[in-house]
Ligand binder design. Sequence first.
Ligand code: SAM
Ligand code: ZN
Length: 366
Amino acid sequence: MDVREGAVTIEVPEKRHGASEGSGDGVFYNPVQELNRDVTVGVLRTVADECGSYLDAMTASGIRAVRAARTGYEAAGCDLDPDAVDLARRNLDKNGLDGEIHRRDANAHMHEHRHDVVDLDPFGTPIPFADAAFRSARRYVCVTATDTAPLCGAHFESGVRSYGAVPRNTEFHPEMGLRVLLSALVRTAARYDVAATPVLSHVSSHYVRTYLRVEGGARAADRRLEELGYVDHCQRCLWRDHERTLVADPTATCPECGQSTWTAGPLWLGPAHDAAFVTEVADSIPDDAGTVGRARDLLERIAGELHRPTHYDQHRLYKRWGEPNAAMDEFLGSLRAAGHDASRTHYGGTTFKTDATVAEIHAAVH
Ligand SMILES: C[S@@+](CC[C@H](N)C(=O)[O-])C[C@H]1O[C@@H](n2cnc3c(N)ncnc32)[C@H](O)[C@@H]1O
Ligand SMILES: [Zn+2]
């Protein structure tokens, strides 16, 4: 079966009747990830003046490698599955594009070869490939993680094992997942004296996606580690606080309501995006990309987000107050009128970020 994505047409396995997205007996292809790939093309166009080569480390049908090659990159792909390798090569040919597809373990390839941009898109956690990715990448590492339950603390032990951090299942779980992932990636890069800085991150339909700029240097890597720390959170009244430190010093009891708190970390507490970069990516997504409208809306929302490590859900607050929700724009307007910073977030229609505490939010909107 042929599918068109952006400016390329690729052959993908027929989907079995009744099979869920991304499943099937043959080589993997998930149409739901088209938005992820359209944003990737936007990123590749944005960084084209500093990057020329791209590695699709787990290529499957070759779709990412083909789209990178179509964008002008010297593209390479790896897969262990011989059917995937054959299909990815056919898909490059089909589009009249050059590229090298290796039947090779991605880790082995990445330890031996350097690329300007390295893209990890594995099944589940990317952590088994993270060390090699930071060895291989000269400029950017792009990572998809689909194991959101471990990342956000819903599968606690698995999250601790994979990410070397304590995740907590709070009401800001997409953000928890993102910041657990970023923490692990930044620490992994630092082991090689590489400073990794997130420039764009989104959590969409059950996966986390992030793009990190990498630069060599022990001092720069040290500065990234200074952005790690802990979040204390009260499940009852939604109070939270964060501190940049590698030595946890939790506030064990909620100062507002006296309930025991939860502590998560070390989390990445720094910015998860660079607004100027995100805006450039939005402008760089080709007009013929299948999800261009949705992708630009997503990026516009992200570019406007405050750099706070947690977000609130307005529904949870009003539920606690025992009152009906206010309209979001009016609600955010009241916060700003009271002198607080406030922004929507891309995590949901009722989510927002602010520097105000729960008590200050309550005062501002009543
Ligand atoms: C989620 S799929 C990749 C999807 C693809 N990037 C896309 O956008 O459609 C993961 C792929 O990784 C391959 N894979 C698994 N372990 C690998 C390894 N150690 N090295 C290289 N490829 C691997 C699998 O065969 C599978 O094709
Ligand atoms: Zn409390």
